[in-house]
Write a protein that binds this ligand. Structure first.
Ligand SMILES: [Zn+2]
Length: 227
């Protein structure tokens, strides 16, 4: 029960990062469940004061729900980094492992992992790790697919939802903190030609929709050093 409560809260949080209003259907689709079971669970979470829910208006985390979501996300991202850094697990495999571990991590081990890693700020995919109090860093970031003209960008974060995507990006040597130069954007399908180190790659619009970057204007302001 606790595991599924945590999973719901985490998924609502992640959807809220991208959409102003989160619907039951979106949540059901993201979690691979039926809208009916999502609605049932949301009503339970509302009764526990973890979400606010109004039919046809969507679902929103309460402060208590948000805090609980951030605690699971902290576990998830710390575990991913621990697996990658301490055990050398490839970055396309840490997410699935962390999905299991995140629910069973004790406060003591969480703190030890945090200390071992030197209180890290980002997970292997570049996502910020919330602190113990539930503060999470907000950075100026843009989806690569939303950039409209050629410029230099720095990769901040990539989606960890699909190991295949991570293996592909790994093959191209594109990781968080990688600098790319966008050479051209194809008007027809928005595919992008980018230069990275000595090589040039063409990235489809699907791939660029899963990469968040720091646009050139923010790199110039010296904010690049802060990330
Ligand atoms: Zn993950």
């Amino acid at each position: 029960m606790l595991k599924s409560i945590e999973d719901y809260l985490k998924n609502i949080y992640e959807l809220q990062e991208h959409f102003e209003r989160v619907t039951t259907n979106q949540l059901a689709e993201k979690m691979g469940i039926t809208p009916a079971s999502a609605t049932g669970m949301i009503k339970k979470l509302a009764a526990m004061n973890l979400v606010k829910y109004r039919p046809y208006q969507g679902v929103e985390l309460t402060d208590a729900g948000r805090l609980m979501a951030l605690e699971v996300i902290r576990h998830h991202r710390l575990i991913e980094l621990f697996l990658a850094k301490a055990l050398g697990v490839p970055w396309d495999r840490v997410h699935d492992e962390a999905e299991k571990w995140e629910h069973v991590l004790s406060e003591d081990i969480e703190e030890r992992i945090d200390r071992f890693l030197g209180s890290p700020r980002w997970d292997p995919h570049g996502a910020p790790i919330p602190d113990k109090a539930g503060n999470i860093e907000q950075r100026p970031r843009v989806r690569l697919c939303d950039i409209t003209h050629p410029q230099a960008v720095r990769v901040l974060e990539v989606s960890d939802h699909d190991p295949e995507l991570l293996r592909y990006l790994g093959k191209l040597n594109i990781y968080p903190q990688t600098d790319l130069t966008i050479l051209s954007i194809e008007p027809f399908d928005k595919s992008m030609t980018v230069r990275h180190q000595q090589s040039t790659h063409t990235l489809s619009a699907l791939v660029t929709s899963y990469i968040w970057v720091l646009p050139e204007e923010h790199m110039k302001k010296g904010q690049a050093n802060a990330v």
